[in-house]
Design a protein. Sequence first.
Length: 205
Amino acid sequence: MKDKEYEQWRQKKKEAKQKFTAMQNLPYFVKVRRAEQRILEFIEEMDKRGCNTHVSVGGLDSITLLLLIRKLGIDIPAISVSGVEDKSIQEIHKSLGVKRLKSYKTKVEVLNEIGFPVISKRIAGKIDLLQHPSEKNQTVRHAIITGECGEQGHFATNSRMKLPQKWLNLFAGMANEQYGTHYKEAPFKVSNKCCYFLKEKPCDD
């Protein structure tokens, strides 16, 4: 039964990847039309729920989205925690009339209290879990160290959940006793939550 479920799961992943590739290969004008349709659908849905709509603006992707929305003749607020962006980006935000918000924590506070966003969000998130062991995250931590997944991961071995060996060597020392390893441990906190306090939560609120 488990083999059958695993094959079904693999087939679904394969189909999703094929669908994504097909979408990537659509002609440019079709992609633009689809994006316009999604914008209109989203705003309509927010109106039905009695909610307002805004654009959180940061870099190129969200600026492009804002310009597309304005090209459609839709006037919704653009907001940004511009202070964390490069000066050149801040100037673009200013010229576009983007409303500036403040971070809830300074960069120094984030690094000292939350942790350093090392390597990438995905890697930092895994190291964060290793640094904060609990009963709740035990299965995930095991997968990060060994690549062995439980039932939710269809009992995969050598899965992508495993932290690459070079990062295990540098950051996974807190698990040495349990796994008989000799990894190093970072003398500082690591986290992928920097954007949450610097940008995401202020914009969501």
